[in-house]
Ligand binder design. Structure first.
Ligand code: GLP
Length: 233
C-alpha cells in the first residue's frame, strides 16, 4: 500500500487528482466513484480541470434503497451535484435504489460492472472500516447486494438528514469482490474519527471485521490521509 500524507482535504484532492489524470492519460476509461465528504475535493479538481470525461464511463459504489435519483439525499443526486452536471460522462451508473426488487437491481448492476471493468476505483471509508456499504462481516468475494446499515453508519449519516428516522436502513452496494477487481484503487480518509479504521486497514489483520483490510491483498492501492486520520499508524 502506498500512503500519501497530506495537510488537508484540499491537498488530498490535488494528490488524488494527479493519480486520476495520469491514469486517464494512460488509457483509463472506467472510473469507479464514491460518495461521502471525502471525495468532494477530488471532484472539485475534476470539474475545474480541462479533462473531457464525455468518452468515459463511471460506476458508483452504492445507493440507498428506497430513494429516487431525484431525492436530494440520494447518492445519485449527490453525484449529479458534485460531478456529473458539470462534467458529464458518456455513461454514469449508480445502483437503482428506486427498484424494490433487490434481486433484479443487484443482478443488473453486476452485469454493468462486468461490462465496464473498473480501471480506477475511488473509495472513502466508514468509521468501522466499511467500503462502499460493505459493513464488517461482508464477504471478501461479494458482488452487488442489498445490505443493512449498522447503527454506527446510520448515526454517521444522520448529519445529512433532517431526522435520524429518515436515514435509510438499507442500501445496494457493490461487493468487496468487485471492488478488488479494479486495476487501481485510491482510498481517501480525513479526520480523527477515521484513525482507527485506517490503522486497522493498513496494519491490522486481513479480516472481515475490517472490510477495508481486504485492500492489503490488492496490488495497487494508494491511501491518501491527513495527519489526524494517520495518527494511529
Ligand atoms: C458512506 C458511503 C461510503 C463512504 C462513507 C464515508 O457510508 N457509503 O462510501 O466512504 O460514507 O463518508 P465520508 O467521506 O463522508 O466520511
Amino acid at each position: 500500500m502506498n500512503i500519501i500524507k497530506v495537510n488537508d482535504t484540499q491537498m488530498g484532492g490535488k494528490e488524488a487528482f494527479k493519480i486520476v489524470k495520469d491514469d486517464i492519460e494512460n488509457g483509463a476509461k472506467v472510473l469507479g466513484l464514491a460518495t461521502g465528504s471525502s471525495p468532494i475535493t477530488l471532484y472539485n479538481e475534476m470539474t475545474s480541470s480541462d479533462i473531457d470525461f464525455s468518452n468515459m464511463t463511471s460506476v458508483n459504489l452504492d445507493e440507498y434503497v428506497g430513494l429516487e435519483p431525484t431525492n436530494e439525499q440520494s447518492y445519485h443526486y449527490f453525484m449529479n451535484e458534485h460531478l456529473f452536471n458539470k462534467k458529464p460522462f458518456k455513461n454514469s451508473y449508480v445502483p437503482d435504489g428506486s427498484n424494490p426488487d433487490a434481486e433484479a437491481a443487484t443482478k443488473a448492476y453486476d452485469k454493468i460492472i462486468e461490462e465496464n471493468p473498473i480501471d480506477l476505483q475511488i473509495l472513502g471509508i466508514g468509521r468501522n472500516g466499511h467500503i462502499g456499504f460493505n459493513e464488517p462481516g461482508s464477504p471478501f468475494d461479494g458482488t452487488t447486494r442489498k445490505v443493512g446499515l449498522t447503527e454506527s453508519t446510520i448515526e454517521a449519516n444522520t448529519r445529512f438528514f433532517e431526522d435520524e428516522k429518515d436515514v435509510p436502513r438499507f442500501a445496494y452496494s457493490m461487493g468487496i469482490g468487485s471492488i478488488m477487481k479494479a486495476k487501481k484503487i485510491i482510498l481517501l480518509a480525513y479526520g480523527e474519527n477515521k484513525a482507527d479504521a485506517i490503522a486497522a486497514t493498513v496494519d491490522g489483520p486481513v479480516t472481515e471485521d475490517c472490510p477495508a483490510s481486504a485492500l492489503q491483498n490488492h496490488p495497487d492501492v494508494t491511501i491518501i490521509v491527513d495527519e489526524a486520520a494517520a495518527s494511529k499508524l
